[in-house]
Design a protein around this ligand. Structure first.
Ligand code: CP
Ligand code: NVA
Length: 306
């Protein structure tokens, strides 16, 4: 994986299928203790949106690698007062070894990447959430012992998580089905790109029918109906998304051994019922833990420590 040193991770498809397989192997070895890596590198976290899992899992991962973390909260740095990204990027580049950015516009991440030589990591944008999908793939592989021959169904909003999930599954040859209400489909360019990546290795189904989408599948995945920045649309979306709720009846249509994933934070009894998220098929806590292992492997890879 040495060739990935210094590379940016702005979207899941910045990595090849083999890169992701290697990264998942490393993440598993780091989790089990088979591999230990140490460094004295510095990670910056510049988050324009709230975060619990991403912030803490990156911080703990870097501490466990022996490195350090600087929280560049926009409220206490000049970016919050409008310092241009092109200037901020060139300055942070002189101090840090790697920078994770959570922001709205994907173009802002591209600007950071253009003006900084250190690796820039997408810690969530409106378009993609690639770090989340690394942990999701790791969790699926842990549960089924393989990523082959599986079908993943995502229900709800065609958002950042859905976009990265489509690309990640397309890369690894996992069949995917997305059930979204009309008008809330995934990004057109992502769908086109995903189909090009998948070729005839995996099937991508896009539908409005939640019941047909979950029939017999091994993984049922959902996310909030209104993402960060869309809070003012939450009420109008509620009735539109109701048929896509992951509840006991819908889950009964899936494979009896199906697992349930949610990137979290969850709105109980909106996109997922309390009974399902707390139920025996839920793997959301393992999924959240794996954020740390997968991102530790990501940091080690981009920093050239492996
Ligand atoms: N899943 C996820 O990215 O959670 P946070 O928003 O808490 O980081
Ligand atoms: N789609 C959600 C994911 C949160 C981790 C959001 O962008 O708010």
């Amino acid at each position: 994986m040495k060739e990935l040193k210094g590379q940016d991770f702005l979207g899941i498809a910045n990595f090849s299928a083999n890169d992701i397989r290697d990264l998942l192997q490393l993440a598993g070895d780091l989790k089990s203790g088979k591999t230990t890596i140490t460094c004295n590198k510095i990670l910056g976290l510049l988050f324009y949106k709230a975060s619990t899992r991403t912030r803490v899992s990156f911080t703990v991962a870097m501490y466990q690698l022996g490195g350090q973390v600087i929280d560049l909260n926009p409220n206490v740095t000049q970016v919050g007062r409008g310092e241009p990204i092109c200037d901020t990027a060139r300055v942070l580049d002189r101090y840090l070894d790697v920078l994770a950015v959570r922001t709205f516009k994907q173009e802002d991440l591209e600007t950071f990447a253009k003006f900084a030589t250190i690796p820039i990591i997408n810690a969530l944008s409106d378009l993609e959430h690639p770090c989340q999908i690394l942990a999701d793939l790791m969790t699926i592989q842990e549960c089924f012992g393989t990523l082959s021959g599986l079908t993943v169904t995502y229900l709800g909003d065609g958002n950042n998580v859905a976009n990265s999930l489509l690309l990640g599954c397309a890369l690894l040859g996992i069949n995917v089905r997305f059930a979204t209400p009309p008008g809330y489909e995934l990004d057109d360019k992502i769908i086109e790109y995903g189909r090009a990546i998948a070729g005839d290795r995996s099937e991508i189904i896009l539908t409005e029918d939640p019941v047909a989408a979950v029939k017999g599948v091994q993984v049922v995945y959902t996310d909030v109906w209104a993402s960060m920045g869309q809070e003012n649309m939450a009420d109008e979306r509620m009735p539109i998304f109701q048929p896509y709720q992951v509840n006991g009846a819908l889950l009964n249509e899936a494979d009896p051994d199906a697992i349930v994933l949610h990137c979290l934070p969850a709105h109980r009894d909106e996109e997922i019922t309390d009974a399902v998220i707390e139920g025996k098929q839920s793997r959301v806590w393992d999924q959240a833990e794996n954020r740390m292992h997968a991102q530790k492997a990501l940091l080690a890879t981009l920093l050239g420590l492996v």
